[in-house]
Design a protein around this ligand. Structure first.
Ligand code: COA
Length: 165
C-alpha cells in the first residue's frame, strides 16, 4: 500500500507490562502497521535475555483482544533512528508517565530529532491506572515475593516466577 503509516514503539521490555500493552493498543489506532522494537540494551543489564523478552512480547501481542492494525515484534541492536529508517517508519511512539519521565524523554527526543528530523516522536500519556507501573518495580516486588499479577499478564507472571523462584 502506498503512503502506509508505519510506527515503531521501542523499549527494553524487561518485562513488558500492562502499561506497555495499553500504549500498544492505543498506538495501533494511529498507524497502518506498528512495529514493537525490542532493544537489546545491554547497558540496562536486563533480567531477561533478548529472546525471552521477544517471546514474552510476542505472546502478549498474540493474546491482545484490541488490535487495530497489524503488529510485528522485532529486535534491534542499532540506533533507534536507523532501526526506524530500516522499517520505513515515520513515527516513534513513547509512553509518558509521571513528570519524572519528561526529562529523559525530552533529551532522547531532542537527540533523535537532530539525527533524523524526518521521524516524529509521538507521546501517549499513560492512563492513570498505569501511571506508576515500571518494569524495575515489578522485578523488585516479584523478587521479594510480592504480588505483581495486576501489572503483567499471566504469561509474564509465570516467567517472572520461574526466573526468581
Ligand atoms: N506503562 C508502564 N510502564 C512504562 C510505560 C507505560 N506506558 N512506558 C514506559 N514504562 C516504563 C517501563 O516499564 C520501564 O521501566 P524501568 O525503567 O523501570 O525498566 C521504563 O518505563 C522505560 O522502559 P521501556 O519502555 O522498556 O523503554 P526504555 O526507556 O528502556 O527504552 C530505548 C529505551 C530502547 C528507546 C532507548 O534505549 C534506545 O533508543 N535505544 C537504542 C539506541 C539509541 O538509539 N540510543 C540513542 C537514543 S537518543
Amino acid at each position: 500500500m502506498e503512503n502506509k503509516r508505519i510506527g515503531i514503539y521501542p523499549g527494553t521490555y524487561d518485562p513488558i507490562t500492562k502499561g506497555h500493552l495499553h500504549i500498544i493498543e492505543r498506538a495501533s489506532k494511529l498507524v497502518d502497521k506498528l512495529i514493537i522494537g525490542v532493544a537489546e540494551n545491554p547497558g540496562k543489564n536486563p533480567l531477561f535475555s533478548l529472546s525471552e523478552r521477544l517471546e514474552m512480547v510476542q505472546t502478549d501481542i498474540d493474546n491482545m483482544h484490541e488490535k487495530y492494525c497489524p503488529i510485528e515484534v522485532v529486535s534491534f541492536k542499532n540506533l533507534l533512528i536507523d532501526f526506524a529508517r530500516d522499517h520505513n517508519a515515520q513515527a516513534m511512539f513513547r509512553g509518558l508517565r509521571a513528570s519524572s519521565d519528561f526529562e529523559y524523554e525530552f533529551q532522547m527526543t531532542g537527540m533523535n530529532f537532530q539525527l533524523a528530523p524526518d521521524i516524529e516522536t509521538v507521546f501517549l500519556m499513560s492512563s492513570d491506572k498505569w501511571q506508576f507501573v515500571s518494569s524495575s518495580f515489578i522485578k523488585e516486588i516479584s523478587k521479594l515475593d510480592g504480588d505483581v499479577s495486576g501489572f503483567v499478564t499471566p504469561n509474564v507472571l509465570n516467567r517472572l516466577q520461574a526466573k526468581q523462584g
